[in-house]
Design a protein around this ligand. Structure first.
Ligand code: UDP
Ligand code: MG
Length: 318
């Protein structure tokens, strides 16, 4: 007998989360069962190296509403989310982290706001993030910068935890780009949204997959596997040279004023040469950033590769 189509889908990217998965399932299932509507949870295993998949499949044995998409390797959270959206059948889809930093107890509030007519219900962080000072300020700085340059509507404290109605999910599925910055894409598709505040919780277990060391290794992998990254070094070098040239120029001006001229025109010439050289490298670097992205998109590789599906069909997946 076929079960009724799920009304609510949770999409959970999973990367090395074995330690906390059972707790996540228990806590989330209690909340979902209280809602009194059909539901499913689509776990996307993002190439975990631990026993996450085994844990998930064991949980699925006990409850067929838990579904699993296994990616062939680690593609990163943004891509795992895209894969999850492609495999979710619900009329409403809620992306949520597996580490219980997004409290599942908020889900009834998200659903209520959706029922009241919102296309998208965004859970916004009320407290400071749990990640320590450096990362917190970096992310705040980035958010501010992004809001300014991208001219999209990005509520303060918004992340991936939110409810997306079916039209929003369909719009997101149509976005073909490989450079998937989900927060920006959510904003780009538009729709009417409301916000619901929540308090970020500490990680339930395991470690963050987004630590600095991992990002650094990823950057190195990128350089060796795809040769576009050296282009980008030009912008950094350009900035440094331009900065040094400015300081040196200021020094030469002061020195000339105090000690007199040693070679006529020397100060201004060397300053200009260095400064313009720096500016040109910045320009080249920026160009490189864009060319690299065009190169990436033009190859047209699929966003992700599925190793196995358990309980979901891939008919909406590319
Ligand atoms: N995650 C993923 N792929 C990755 C890194 C993380 O699917 O390459 C998942 C992870 O399992 C979790 C969510 O994305 O469910 C958030 O990751 P994490 O807690 O490591 O990030 P943070 O909360 O520190 O931003
Ligand atoms: Mg986390």
């Amino acid at each position: 007998m076929a079960s009724p189509a799920p009304t609510l889908s949770l999409v959970v990217p999973v990367y090395n989360e074995a330690a906390g998965l059972d707790a996540f399932v228990a806590r989330t299932r209690a909340v979902l069962d209280g809602l009194g509507l059909p539901w499913e949870i689509v776990f996307v295993d993002d190439g975990s190296r631990d026993v996450s998949v085994v844990t998930l499949l064991a949980a699925r044995e006990r409850d067929a509403r838990l579904k699993v998409v296994e990616l062939s390797r680690n593609f990163g959270k943004e891509v795992a989310l895209a894969a999850g959206l492609d495999h979710a059948d619900g009329e409403a889809v809620i992306p949520i982290d597996a580490d219980l930093q997004h409290p599942p107890e908020l889900i009834p509030e998200l659903v209520a706001a959706w029922r009241a007519g919102s296309d998208m219900v965004i859970a916004v962080r009320r407290n400071a993030r749990q990640e320590g000072w450096a990362r917190r300020s970096a992310s705040r700085l980035f958010d501010r910068l992004f809001r300014r340059v991208a001219s999209v509507d990005l509520p303060v404290g918004a992340g991936d935890f939110r409810l997306l109605s079916a039209p929003v999910v369909r719009a997101l599925r149509k976005l073909p780009e490989r450079a998937r910055f989900m927060k920006g894409l959510y904003a780009w598709v538009g729709f009417r949204y409301t916000t619901v505040p929540y308090a970020v919780e500490p990680r339930a277990g395991g470690t963050s997959g987004h630590d600095g060391g991992r990002l650094w290794r990823l950057a190195l992998d990128g350089i060796t596997a795809f040769s576009a990254v050296p282009l980008k070094a030009a912008s950094v070098i350009g900035f440094l040279i331009a900065l040094v040239a400015l300081l040196y120029g200021a020094y030469l001006v002061v020195k000339t004023l105090v000690l007199g001229i040693d070679v006529p025109g020397y100060a201004s010439t060397i300053t200009l040469v260095l400064f313009l050289g720096g500016l040109q490298l910045i320009g080249l670097g920026v160009l490189g950033e864009y060319v690299a992205r065009i190169y990436d998109e033009v190859k047209g590789r699929p966003l992700y590769v599925v190793r196995a599906r358990h309980g979901v069909d891939g008919s909406d997946a590319p």
